[in-house]
Design a protein around this ligand. Structure first.
Ligand SMILES: [Zn+2]
Length: 561
């Protein structure tokens, strides 16, 4: 198109040069110029329209008019891919997307946690990359989610960097953040592209998780099944509809805004599709309290301050290990939490998505995507050793000239050794390690450090701040009402309770998850009092006995005399 404009302009200029300043010829030239301006305007408008035209996905759905509820939605794999991709989103990403699109997503105390990480100073973190890692955590299935029809996760795609100085050496380091420090002391800033392994990875029309052309039924609570006449009949009958012709059919194209609303409702409601498509009020979820057995080792210790009169934990005093554990909730994908809680996390209807992946026949999935969705883990290097959710194993990368078509001869990074000539092994570098992996990884927070964590998970650095001022800020707290306790947060028990409470309680994550540990001790207090009084009675009786026996002794002595 722009070559057309160019040739018009060339003709005008050429015309002016050749014909001199004849008025009629100048008019001709000006007219051509006007036509060209029109053409430019039209082309630019088309381009702007194409850029702003939103990608949408068509949905057909049937509504129970009396109950004002969506009975079911029928749609292609494209929409199911987007629903299943909700499971891959880290908690921090969900909150960031909500804030960005002005659709506040409430995820218990996780919002407060995200906000306080955002408020922390660069000095509070181990290095300047840690803060980016927590506020824009990486999606563990990033390369798959890149191909979704409507991409809701706007996290910047992973880039790969090497060190300019060391790129010819044997043990190369590879960083996924710009400007990490190499072991030679220089910054790693040489960007290198990753070779895409298969053609399917490049083609978005081939689907992401499920077969794109297959049709699926989605119920109001986000259960997904293959579209089949028998399932439709069962569902209509369940809603007491016997005549298909009398059930109103609707259709709507959904885009970014609606999809984000469905995600938001999926976390709090049992009927997210009705909430969004019919704009009806949402039903709030209820929470269960039992925990599943998880076999993992390790613990962190914290000190908590309890208000005796209010029966709650006011705040915890913690070091970097505990705060690292807390902030690692932000990098944890929601699907991995659903898996860990074994269906006992009542968070809207998100659990039904996980169950649908589990129940759908593997033949409707592409490659190993069913397994990937059921076993989502924290992205490599985004985890924390005391989080019950362990991070994904870091993949092995190679570096060298490509031997396969399309990119032949280009020097690239690849996950497959056989795609490169004379490949050099590269080690993925943990961005949290200082001095180019010469020292062991510590965590996200700078050491030594001291933090106050409030009951609703606000994290406040106390390393340099005044602790007296903090106590003053608490307001009307009687110092003799406070009681200090030490708690062991074991990875296998309390850590899991805390993760659950963080997601389901809006203001008392610490009290809800850890107070029961203190309850046993509290019960001891009246017991000790009773014991104490009994002991006193015994003492008194003993004394009385002694007095009586003394009296008797005196009387006997007197009698003897
Ligand atoms: Zn280097």
């Amino acid at each position: 198109m722009f070559s057309r404009i160019g040739s018009h302009l060339f003709r005008i200029i050429h015309g002016f040069q050749r014909r001199g300043n004849n008025p009629s010829e100048i008019m001709d030239g000006l007219e051509t110029l006007m036509v060209t301006a029109d053409l430019i305007e039209r082309i630019l408008t088309e381009q702007i329209m194409a850029a702003t035209e939103e990608v949408t996905i068509p949905l057909r759905y049937w509504v129970d008019d009396k109950k004002n509820r969506v009975i079911m939605v029928e749609t292609s794999g494209d929409f199911v891919d987007i629903l299943f991709s909700f499971l891959t989103l880290p908690l921090g990403t969900i909150i960031r997307l909500g804030n960005k699109l002005e659709q506040h997503v409430q995820l218990g105390c996780i919002n407060k946690l995200y906000q306080s990480v955002d408020n922390l100073k660069y000095d509070d973190f181990w290095n300047n990359i840690c803060n980016k890692m927590l506020l824009s955590p990486r999606n563990p299935l990033e390369s798959s989610c890149e191909r979704l029809k409507v991409k809701i996760d706007d996290t910047e795609p992973t880039k790969y960097f090497l060190c300019h100085t060391c790129s010819k050496e044997k043990d190369l380091l590879l960083s996924t953040f710009d400007g990490a420090r190499c072991r030679c002391g220089k910054l790693m800033r040489k960007e290198t592209k990753l070779l895409v392994e298969s053609k399917e990875e490049l083609a978005s029309k081939n689907g992401v998780f499920v077969k794109p052309n297959a049709m699926f039924l989605i119920f109001d609570d986000l259960r997904v099944v293959r579209s089949s006449p028998s399932d439709s009949v069962k569902t209509f009958l369940k809603h007491r509809h016997k005549d298909l012709s009398k059930i109103p059919e609707n259709s709507q194209n959904v885009g970014m805004k609606e999809i984000l609303s469905i995600l938001k409702q999926a976390l709090i409601s049992k009927s997210p599709l009705s909430d969004v498509l019919l704009k009806s009020g949402s039903k709030k979820y209820s929470c269960s309290q039992d925990t599943g057995p998880i076999h993992s080792k390790g613990h962190v210790e914290i000190k908590v301050m309890v208000s005796k009169s209010e029966n709650k934990i006011l705040f915890a005093e913690a070091d970097g290990d505990f705060v690292d554990f807390l902030v690692s909730f932000l990098t944890t994908p929601i699907g991995s939490i659903v898996k860990l809680m074994k269906g006992r996390l009542c968070l809207g209807s998100i659990g039904n998505l996980y169950k649908s992946v589990k129940d759908l026949n593997p033949s409707w999935f592409i490659g190993s995507s069913k397994e990937s969705l059921l076993n989502i883990r924290v992205a490599p290097h985004f985890g924390c050793k005391s989080n019950p959710l362990e991070e994904d194993d870091s993949p092995q990368y190679w570096y060298g000239p490509v031997v396969v078509k399309d990119n032949e001869g280009r020097i690239m990074i690849s996950k497959r050794k056989d795609m490169l000539r004379d490949p050099t092994k590269v080690k993925l570098f943990d961005p949290r390690s200082s001095d180019g992996a010469r020292e062991p990884i510590v965590g996200f927070m700078k050491r030594p450090c001291l933090f106050i964590v409030s009951d609703d998970l606000e994290v406040i650095p106390m390393t340099t701040d005044s602790s007296i001022s903090y106590l003053q800020q608490l307001g009307n707290v009687k110092l003799n009402d406070l009681e200090e306790h030490f708690i062991k947060v074991r990875k296998s028990h309390e850590a899991l309770d805390l993760l659950r409470a963080s997601l389901t309680s809006n203001e008392a994550a610490l009290t809800q998850s850890l107070f029961s540990l203190l309850w046993l001790c509290q019960r001891c207090i009246p017991f000790i009092c009773v014991l104490g009084s009994r002991h006193k009675i015994k003492e008194k009786k003993k004394k009385e006995k002694v007095i009586i026996s003394d009296k008797r002794h005196d009387e006997r002595e007197r009698d003897k005399k």
